[in-house]
Design a protein around this ligand. Structure first.
Ligand code: AMP
Length: 427
């Protein structure tokens, strides 16, 4: 029988890598704290309608990429392809409008999209996601963009570019759609099949087509910023000024439209020069009409999501500090019959004092245990030979300078707690 493998587009994050992810999550969590965002943990699956109505029926995500199935109760449910719609649903379901506004929430976890897998693009991927709900003004957008940049700054990322645009609102977007259709009509025959199908349904998406012919044509397409209504234009200028005021280096790009329909006004991405074709580490913007499209009163919102896989790939490519690979501070080495009990008891006492410790369960020779201790990166080795056990002592070897000292068990424990505990490590 053929061995079962992980499904295409998924990845096992193993012990050699998971600590890098933990660092990204820790940095995101501390930035969330500093910016006043509270973490929420929402369902991995939702009613399909939440996404089809929220993200938009004509988007790639809803048309082609959702993991949708009928559950045993006959309901159509979907593995979440993103978090924004769920956060908005939760805000409304728990009547968060009643409390002080804005409500700043963040979440993390796996998302699912049936995409063509390639480097930096998976069918299951993890995101951190931040949303500010209830604030209509441009400074909330500036804060969100600043927060995303601050997370990357803390992670030590460089070579990033913030790309900013406005996609208007239901008042000015129809004007722009018409201007675009008028422009593309003359070159319609040279467009790719996807763009031809977008021409009527979603002409804005033609602007981010990757096909060479289409790209050439979009170069002289009318700019969305020329069609913005007074309110959207003022909002866009305020966001740009606010970012400049914070010293952010931004690039305005009229072709940035994003793949999800719910965006209004601000749309932005942060691109990495070290990611290849899938170069966006982060995408976000304002979505003042999402709440209404999933049913209910209007709630303004702005947010961003960033893919953890892409952050880790970028950090690796740039040689950024990824945290420390976990290693036991102490390895307990034993020899002789019945010594395993003593070794486990010593490891137990070390661990209860906050000193990470490991030991051998495989009955290996002392020499092999020493080798394993060194491979594991242990800073100290506690040797429990027959002599030590009978005299109630422990020989402690310092692996960095090779010195060794034998002392009574209690004294050895005390010393290791002083020099090798977690408290000590974080200094
Ligand atoms: P989006 O929800 O499409 O705006 O994407 C936000 C961010 O999530 C992107 O900038 C990527 O960092 C990440 N992302 C989106 N789709 C994928 C995917 N299929 N695989 C890995 N990361 C993804």
């Amino acid at each position: 029988m053929e061995a079962i493998k992980a499904p295409r587009g998924t990845r096992d994050i193993l012990g050699g890598e998971s600590w890098k992810w933990a660092r990204v999550m820790d940095v995101a969590a501390s930035a969330a704290d500093d910016f006043g965002f509270r973490e929420v943990m929402l369902p991995i699956f939702e009613h399909t309608e939440l996404f089809s109505r929220g993200i938009g029926d004509t988007t790639d995500v809803v048309e082609k990429e959702m993991y949708t199935f009928t559950d045993r109760g006959g309901r159509s449910v979907t593995l979440r392809p993103e978090l924004t719609a769920s956060v908005m649903r939760a805000y409304r379901e728990h009547d968060m409008r009643r409390g002080p506004q804005p409500v700043k929430l963040w979440g993390r976890g796996p998302m699912f999209r049936y995409e063509r897998p390639q480097k930096g693009r998976y069918r299951q991927f993890a995101q951190i996601d931040f949303e500010t709900l209830g604030a209509p003004g441009p400074m909330a957008d500036v804060e969100i963009i600043d927060l995303s940049m601050e997370i990357y700054r803390r992670l030590g990322l460089s070579n990033l570019q913030v790309v900013l645009n406005s996609v208007g609102c239901p008042k000015c977007r129809p004007v722009y759609r018409e201007a675009l259709k008028k422009y593309f009509a003359s070159g319609f025959d040279s467009l790719c099949e996807t763009c031809k199908s977008r021409f009527d349904r979603n002409p804005l998406r033609m602007l981010d087509c990757k096909n060479d012919e289409c790209r050439k044509l979009t170069e002289n397409a009318p700019a969305v910023t020329d069609s913005l209504c007074g309110e959207c234009g003022a909002h866009f200028r305020a966001v740009t000024r606010g970012l400049e005021n914070l010293g952010a280096d931004i690039r305005l790009d009229n072709r940035l439209v994003r793949g999800l329909d719910y965006y209004t006004k601000t749309a932005y991405e942060i691109l990495s020069g070290d990611l290849g074709a899938q170069n966006a580490v982060c995408g976000g913007g304002r979505y003042d009409n999402l709440a209404e499209s999933i049913g209910g009163p209007s709630v303004p919102g702005v947010g961003f999501a960033s893919g953890i896989e892409r952050i880790v790939i970028t950090m690796e490519a740039q040689g950024a500090y990824m945290g420390r690979e976990p290693a036991p501070r102490v390895y307990v080495v034993t020899s002789g019959q019945g010594a395993e009990n003593e070794a486990l008891s010593l490891a137990h006492d070390l661990r209860s004092r906050g000193v990470s410790a490991d030991l051998d369960f495989m009955g290996r020779s002392m020499k092999s245990q020493m080798k394993i201790a060194s491979q594991a990166g242990a800073k100290f080795v506690c040797i429990l030979g027959e002599d030590e056990i009978s005299s109630g002592t422990v020989a402690v070897k310092n692996m960095s300078d090779g010195t060794q000292e034998t002392s009574p068990r209690a004294a050895a424990l005390e010393k290791l707690e002083r020099i090798a505990s977690r408290k000590e490590e974080s200094k």
